[in-house]
Design a protein around this ligand. Structure first.
Ligand code: SAM
Ligand code: SF4
Length: 335
């Protein structure tokens, strides 16, 4: 049997996040600038290469794949890739195939995703107000996303809403969002904004709303109980005792989660980032392309990369400076 992937700190690597495109039909203010330059198509892994890459990780023990981007569902023929991954679900080698999406294309794809074996989706939604939605996503339209969410639920997909907490933007919608998710039986997770990429004139520090502060606001109406469950990532969970609702808080900046980190991230060009907050990466595209009929060099490169996984990251917002800032965009690494 192939030995499983374990990093130098004895953390088993069981979770791969894969960005399948850097492109997107939205231009969220905290994620992209309005006039983004995207990668030339030849730089991207082809769908066949993505299949080989993910299959190599699965062969090395990765049991959970999350497909992201950019917007994964704007990649042409992306269902070919999802359908190819179904064989790993069927064999039992892959436990879970999920995606993170802005929801704009779900009306079209929800049924097909379910048929491919996807059972859960994370849908990003920062506001329930149509005008604010257009402002924060620049190009997005709320009714289209709401139809996508309906389609996902109708298809049988479990939906989790991801909301980026933005100072002065959605603070006033905290309870409205929580109530709306509870009424529709959807999980809700708030994400603290991270210092990623050069976004032109957007003021990142000004957008930062600490989730400790968000939790304090929740406490004004509810009794919060911290839940012990961990996912190996930056999320922690609280339960609102009065309603039983569980809310996730993703706080990479204010709470350290690195000890239990079980994940690595593959970009759409085949670079493997071993830590979301560090620049070090490994080129997996070269061993993949240079050896079209032999996966051994690719698997060796994956093992060598995991052996370099750092102990942790060093984002730091102290003194109102976005220290530890990482120059790449979230849409490149895959959020
Ligand atoms: N386009 C898809 C979407 O929006 O869900 C998938 C890719 S997007 C990069 C993944 C997640 O990263 C989204 O939930 C988005 O809100 C989040 N995100 C993007 N930029 C971020 C930032 N600077 N800080 C925190 N979260 C960010
Ligand atoms: Fe696109 Fe997602 Fe980034 Fe928004 S957060 S611009 S939807 S990739």
């Amino acid at each position: 049997m192939t030995p499983k992937l374990t990093d130098p700190f004895e953390r088993p690597i069981s979770y791969l996040r894969v960005s399948v495109t850097d492109r997107c039909d939205f231009r969220c203010v905290y994620c992209m600038s309005e006039n983004m330059t995207f990668l030339p198509k030849k730089e991207l892994l082809t769908l066949e290469e993505l299949d080989r890459m993910c299959s190599a990780f699965i062969n090395l023990g990765v049991g959970k794949l999350r497909i992201t981007g950019g917007e994964p569902l704007v990649r042409r023929d992306i269902m070919t890739f999802f359908n190819a991954m179904t064989r790993h679900l069927d064999s039992g080698a892959l436990e879970e195939l999920t995606l993170t999406t802005n929801g704009s294309q779900l009306e079209r794809f929800a049924d097909q995703l379910y048929a491919a074996g996807v059972r859960r989706v994370n849908i990003s939604l920062d506001t329930l107000d149509e005008e604010k939605f257009a402002r924060v996503t620049r190009w997005g339209r709320l009714p289209q996303v709401l139809r996508g969410i309906d389609a996902a639920q109708q298809a049988g997909l479990r939906v989790k809403i991801n909301t980026v907490a933005l100072k002065g933007f959605n603070e006033d919608e905290l309870f409205a969002l929580a109530d709306w998710c509870a009424a529709r039986d959807m999980d809700l997770t708030f994400i603290e904004v991270m210092p990623m990429g050069d976004l032109g004139n957007e003021d990142r520090v000004g957008q930062y709303w600490s989730l400790d502060d968000l939790a304090d606001q929740l406490r004004q109406r509810f009794t919060l109980t911290d839940l012990p469950e961990r996912t190996g990532g930056p999320a922690r969970y609280v339960r609102l005792e009065e309603t039983g609702q569980k809310i996730g808080l993703i706080t990479p900046l204010t709470h350290n989660f690195c000890e239990s980190c079980n994940r690595v991230r593959l970009t759409c060009t085949g670079e493997l980032f071993m830590c979301l907050g560090q620049e070090d990466n490994a080129d997996l595209r070269a061993p993949l392309r240079n050896h079209p009929d032999d996966d051994a060099p690719l698997e060796a490169a994956i093992r060598a990369a995991i052996a370099r996984k750092p102990k942790g990251h060093d984002f730091d917002y102290s003194r109102q400076r976005a220290d530890g800032q990482v120059s790449r965009h979230m849409s490149h690494t895959g959020g």
